[in-house]
Design a protein around this ligand. Sequence first.
Ligand code: AMP
Length: 308
Amino acid sequence: MGIVVVGSVAYDTVETATGRRDDALGGAATFFSVAARFFAPVSMVGVVGKDFQKEHEQMLHDRGIDVRALEHADGKTFHWHGRYHEDMNRRDTISLALNVFDGFNPTLLPDQQRCDYLFLANISPELQYRVATQVKSPKLVAADTMDFWIQNARPHLTRLLERLDILTVNDEEARMLSGEHNLVKAGRAILKMGPKSLLVKRGEYGVLQFSKEGMFAVPAYPLEEVVDPTGAGDTFAGGLMGFLARQGRINESILRTAVVYGTVMASYTVENFSMDRLLELTWEEIDHRYRAFIELTDSHSNRWNSPS
Ligand code: AMP
């Protein structure tokens, strides 16, 4: 089977310079699944409360996302409230109510345990590790984490890192995890902790990828207006993993193309609040922006050979 993602399914209240949206559909697993489903089959593992709207679950189902392991628990759905600074790369968490997410301890279904691709979205590294050990022989395991876990769950995170093919973090998290301010030094240091590849997400500055073979850098797709960056990181991961699963094998070149597809998918998410843009996206638009992105970064190699 294809990709299994484990993570938050949420209602988000988001404030940005352009406006505000209350209780909109969000969550790392949700953004990831919708993005990845453009490329490959996705099975979602998460928990929601009694307030989770039927139309939201139906929408996921209608898009071909497997929601059998979306547990319905007594209580309210996880709620996150964030406020972005004028500089959209920076945000503050105003409130976070774990609700039914507190005590989330999933057991994968038998067919999910045989998945080839596993994405462990931002949950406690202890739980991520426990889920990772349930999967029999995955082709690729990737995970995301955040500052809170780096500071408060280091031993569990260390153990998880040793099992990972890919780790995704933002630049501040890379610095915190490595103790290095310079991102190249940070990247090298994190690779020594276990993951075969590291993807450092830098918001509007794009993504830096580190692996033993070297470094790869892509800018973010330049947009005139960013409305809401929420979910960009998870959408990026969804596009990336979706493309890798579609290819069915991985090498440095395929990984680089996957980074570009992830970047393209994320560029759509930030164009509107919540998942609004992602949900109306077509494959033609993805293809169009992928081509535009390649053109944007292609210098046509007119290298000047100095006569001296
Ligand atoms: P991103 O902007 O890619 O970091 O993802 C934001 C999404 O992650 C939002 O939809 C939130 O609901 C969700 N989220 C925020 N904080 C957490 C957390 N501590 N654990 C899990 N999910 C979270």
